[in-house]
Write a protein that binds this ligand. Structure first.
Ligand code: PLP
Length: 389
């Protein structure tokens, strides 16, 4: 069949597993170029190496993140695995320092893959109550001289906001490379690369795609040596995103800023309602002055927003009563708000904290809300229905 130029403004979904190379000469040129791991090849070879639909989606993310490069992978976990593996070196064994308040899947990965299988030496920095003690962190960095420091801008489920710039500067002074999981804050609230972070990762399953209909991860950076190394790692372990998911991600990225700003506004309104309702013991939302890291959040984001996640604890005189109120709340807000173990969707979803985190956060009345972009008055009605149940 004859190939035709189509007058479309989009990069189509290129589902080719392998791409046609016209001659043996161009084939050898393409493979030589491939070994150099440029961000965008002149000739595509094989979709596990590089795919034009994926490259187009990566460019959409680079525009939002303001990064020199972005690489898409099959999931946020694949992005975390790739980012960390770039610094693993058989000839050198240093310590990697992780904040303890990071996604549970990342913690399991550290234990089961990094420590148990790969023998990486890791240490954890823990918060003091609802905030971080930075002189303690400084002492840890001083004592351990870690090769890597890894943290999340906003922790989960307590929503502790890290003083990102201060942490980067502490780590850099001692020669540590800094990797930040910025999934909750998104580039709309903070761009860590502008402040000297080495790599930023996102679970693009969340706000970047925003519709709960795909799984993807991304690593962004400015250092071209790290980019080449990440392209090689992604190719060799087969972490490449599929062109179909890349296409949907790129399309959905077009509304990312509009979606996320509205989600932050809704969350701010809902957090206030929850706090004033008299039915909660605690409402954790960095935009509330009562939040332990409100000032850190305001300084970090310049007041651009406080995210779209809220964690609240329903009141009750006994754990059993709290648990019952939690269950009644979850039942009453359906079908508008459903229990879905994810976050960042355009519609509001929730998770019962104790049921998911178990002994780490055993508060029976606690619910984590991921606020969507519904009409705020309708969302408020649903929340009130839940509180009154
Ligand atoms: N990072 C954070 C902060 C997350 O919340 C998640 C998943 O919930 C991940 C990484 C992993 O992302 P994925 O599920 O896309 O692998």
């Amino acid at each position: 069949m004859k190939k035709r130029e189509i007058n479309s403004v989009r990069t189509p979904v290129y589902r080719d597993a392998g791409f046609e190379l016209p001659t043996a000469g161009t084939t050898s040129g393409a493979f030589t170029a491939e070994a150099d791991h440029e961000r965008e090849p002149d000739l595509y070879i094989y979709s596990r190496y590089r795919n034009p639909t994926v490259v187009a989606a990566e460019e959409a993310i680079m525009a939002v993140e303001g990064s020199g490069w972005a690489l898409l992978l099959q999931s946020g976990m694949a992005a975390i695995d790739t980012a960390l593996s770039l610094f693993q070196d058989a000839g050198r064994q240093g310590t990697w320092l992780f904040f303890s308040e990071i996604y549970g899947g990342t913690l399991s990965y550290i234990g089961s893959i990094l420590e148990k299988r790969r023998g990486v030496e890791v240490s954890f920095f823990r918060p003091s109550g609802g905030r971080y003690d930075y002189s303690h962190l400084e002492r840890m960095i001083e004592d351990l001289r870690p090769d890597i420091l890894f943290f999340e801008t906003v922790s989960n489920p307590l929503l502790i906001v890290a003083e990102g710039r201060r942490i980067i500067s502490m780590a850099k002074k001692r020669g540590a490379r800094v990797i930040i999981d910025n999934t909750f804050a998104t580039p709309l609230l903070w761009k860590p690369l502008d402040d000297g972070a080495d790599l930023v990762i996102h679970s693009a399953t969340k706000y970047l795609s925003g519709h709960g209909n795909l799984t993807a991860g991304v690593i962004c950076g400015n250092d071209m040596t790290l980019m080449k190394s990440a392209i090689e790692y992604r190719k060799l372990v087969g972490h490449m995103l599929s062109p179909d998911d890349a296409y949907r991600l790129q399309t959905q990225m077009a509304s990312f800023e509009v979606r996320f700003s509205r989600q932050c506004e809704n969350a701010s309104a809902i957090a206030t309602i929850l706090q004033l309702s008299g039915k909660t013991d605690r409402v954790l939302y960095p935009g509330l002055e009562s939040h332990d890291t409100h000032v850190a959040a305001r300084d970090l984001t310049g007041g651009k927003g406080y995210g779209a996640m809220i964690t609240f604890d329903l009141s009750g005189s006994t754990p059993d009563e709290k648990r019952k109120r939690r269950d009644r709340f979850i039942e009453a807000v359906r079908p508008e708000i459903r229990l879905i173990p994810s976050l960042g969707d355009y519609h509001t979803i929730l998770m019962p904290v104790e049921a998911v985190w178990g002994a780490k956060y055993p508060e029976p009345g606690m619910i984590r809300l991921s606020v969507g972009f519904e009409r705020c008055d309708l969302l408020e009605e649903v929340i009130m229905r839940g509180l009154e149940a």
